[in-house]
Design a protein around this ligand. Structure first.
Ligand code: MGP
Length: 241
């Protein structure tokens, strides 16, 4: 039981690939590159997306895919495997790498959302080739902004965080490594990991924009990974916004 806990059905690369164009987006108001955009309801039988989305060849209509600026990888650490691990991270597994918005939806629609994951689970979405660890060279000098939610209340913010990241909504998107949701017995936490904690202007901008995207009005804090390494849970916020 590892990946199975996060994935409901189309879990493997092969399965997800065959599923790529199935129901690419269940909610037309939520799109990468335009989360929250207003769209008119399509008429029955209407082809959604316009000419730029579809290529008509004779009578057949071919769906084109929409490449993202970056490829992203979902990672999962199952509570069951974590409880047996000798060193942190040894049970952390990459699940699926996606490079188009259609692939994103095909995975997202087939994985459990945070409220359905077991206590102790960690579900990550990081830029391809960046491992979600303090030890990864791209993360090593970074830190994270975190928002804490009551149990079962982080699903929507998790989706909006993913859409904002993969849709390149952040002015300092290059500074972002990825995001994680930690499901715990009493709470769920979403964090956005960044690359250079010393770049204060970028961190502040990311924190501010993240709150706007989530319509979140409480104060949030930024912990530097180096502080977490040394001080663990006693690490103090270096920035708040
Ligand atoms: P956590 O799971 O991110 O925090 O880190 P949480 O949810 O407050 O704690 P939990 O005990 O409820 O899971 C928990 C611990 O895992 C940290 O104190 C570290 O010991 C270890 N740890 C976490 N991360 C993200 C890393 C990492 O990237 N590298 C290493 N080596 N250890 C980590």
């Amino acid at each position: 039981m590892m990946v199975e806990e996060a994935l409901k059905s189309a879990t493997t690369e092969e399965e997800s690939n065959t599923n790529t164009n199935a129901n690419p987006n269940p909610n037309p108001n939520l799109r990468a590159g335009g989360a929250g955009e207003e769209d008119e309801e399509p008429e029955e039988g209407e082809i959604v997306g316009g000419e730029e989305d579809l290529k008509q060849t004779g009578t057949a209509v071919e769906h084109e895919s929409h490449p993202l600026e970056h490829s992203w990888t979902f990672w999962f650490d199952s509570p069951f495997a974590k409880s047996k691990q000798a060193t942190w991270g040894s049970s952390l597994r990459p699940i699926y790498t996606f490079a188009t918005i259609e692939e994103f939806w095909s995975v997202y629609n087939n994985v459990h959302h945070p409220s359905k994951l077991g206590n102790g689970a960690d579900f990550y979405c990081f830029k391809h080739k960046i491992e979600p660890k303090w030890e990864d060279p791209v993360c090593a000098n970074g830190g994270k902004w975190t928002i804490t939610y009551n149990k079962g209340k982080s699903d929507t913010s998790w989706l909006y965080t993913l859409l904002a990241m993969i849709g390149e909504q952040f002015d300092h998107g290059d500074e972002i490594c990825g995001a994680v949701v930690n499901v715990r017995a009493r709470q769920e936490k979403i964090s956005v990991w960044t690359k250079n904690a010393s770049n204060e202007a970028a961190q502040m901008s990311i924190g501010k924009q993240w709150k706007e995207f989530l319509d979140y009005n409480e104060i949030i804090g930024f912990i530097v990974h180096d502080d977490a390494k040394k001080l663990d849970k006693n690490a103090k916020n270096r920035h708040t916004v």
